[in-house]
Write a protein that binds this ligand. Structure first.
Ligand code: SF4
Length: 230
């Protein structure tokens, strides 16, 4: 989704890497995906190294993001996924985005649409930070913990076995409860091509991105650069 358009209007902003929809590989159903920009955690094997630099990406007004969410609700989307980057590096903007998304779903009569946040912070780190806990107040579910390449998992929507899927609200428990221990043989990945860029959306297993790169190279498609190697 195009979130460019010059300087954001006055008001709160979120530093964003990209916004895409519909996203079908990061939570249940069709979702609006917001990838925030900036992550200091530097997990070895991270597939999203382009989101690490807090000076990358662009400032996007919350008003613009909430406008996209309102449109997504009207289009029947099932939820909002905020990923990154590290959303808790921008706690005030994250909290405001979730509060606005919560208000809009109520106004639209879409209280079935859920709010999911991915964070690399560990549960203990979130619990020890009132600011982080406040930022996540309206999230229906969170997926927490660093990505650890040495701990592969088949659990859906998680990249490594240490990561926790935690429902936080009655909606979150209804929607995510059946998936807490659910595994899949192969993770669902979405591939989208825009302006010569290939976006791979989802949580690939260890080695899958390199395997995909080899498969494409065998078909004559090569990447000039990618986001999962230094
Ligand atoms: S996996 Fe997530 S938490 Fe870890 S470095 Fe990458 S963006 Fe940051």
């Amino acid at each position: 989704m195009d979130v460019t358009g010059g300087a954001p209007a006055p008001g709160p902003v979120l530093r964003v890497s990209q916004v895409l929809g519909p996203v079908t590989a990061l939570g249940p159903g069709r979702r609006l995906g917001v990838w925030v920009q900036g992550c200091p955690l530097a997990c070895a094997g991270c597939m999203s190294r382009q989101t690490w630099d807090p000076g990358g990406g662009q400032d996007v007004g919350l008003e613009r993001l909430l406008g996209l969410w309102a449109g997504a609700l009207a289009d029947g989307y099932d939820g909002l996924t905020v990923s990154g980057g590290e959303p808790l590096e921008q706690p005030a903007a994250l909290g405001a985005l979730l509060a606005g998304a919560d208000r809009l779903r109520t106004e639209a009569g879409r209280t079935d649409a859920d709010l999911l946040v991915y964070s690399g912070w560990e549960d203990s780190e979130i619990a020890a930070s009132p600011v982080a806990a406040a930022a996540l107040d309206r999230a229906d579910a969170v997926i927490t913990g660093r990505y650890r390449a040495g701990e592969p998992t088949g659990l859906v929507w998680r990249g490594s076995a240490n990561q926790h899927l935690i429902p936080r609200t009655p909606l979150g428990r209804r929607r995510y409860g059946p998936h807490l221990e659910r595994t899949s043989d192969r993770p669902e990945l979405q591939v989208r091509v825009t302006d010569g860029d290939v976006h791979i959306i989802g949580v690939p297993r260890s080695g899958e991105l390199s395997a995909l790169e080899r498969d494409l190279a065998a078909r004559g498609v090569t990447f000039r650069e990618n986001t999962w190697r230094p």
